[in-house]
Design a protein around this ligand. Sequence first.
Ligand code: SF4
Ligand code: SF4
Length: 152
Amino acid sequence: MAAPFWKTKTLSEMSREEWESLCDGCGRCCLNKLEDEDTGRYLYTRAACKLLNLETCQCSDYKNRHKRVHDCVALTPQNVPELGWLPESCAYRRLNEGRGLAWWHPLVSGTPETVREAGISVHDEAYSEKGISVNELVDHLWKLPKAKRKAK
Ligand code: SF4
Ligand code: SF4
């Protein structure tokens, strides 16, 4: 059997469809983040973008997202290496760093359910940013959990 595309192609060699299928739908990149001025590290909050559907963890207006949320960044093979705020679990970041896809990634497991089982999804953890000011974000910090082990 031929090796799957994510093992044989670089990010820039992937088709549009392959590229889109890499997103595991965790919703982590749609959380508000703060940058620590001293360390340059990014700190996540539980406050999610107003367009994130908290049930499905998908963008509720993907097509128009850049018109509605001006700082929403479209991932590309060129900018992935530069986006220090991408979560370590993110498939694009993982592949760019040569770490492959994890056991819970839907392309590996065959089901999106494993993203929740592994505790990678923001489902049940995040809430909307609505009503939270930029200055209040510091009160909503959240350390992203590491993935749980695969159930035997
Ligand atoms: S963090 Fe990466 S894998 Fe998760 S939703 Fe964002 S782009 Fe997709
Ligand atoms: S506009 Fe959509 S894709 Fe962009 S950060 Fe918000 S929920 Fe995520």
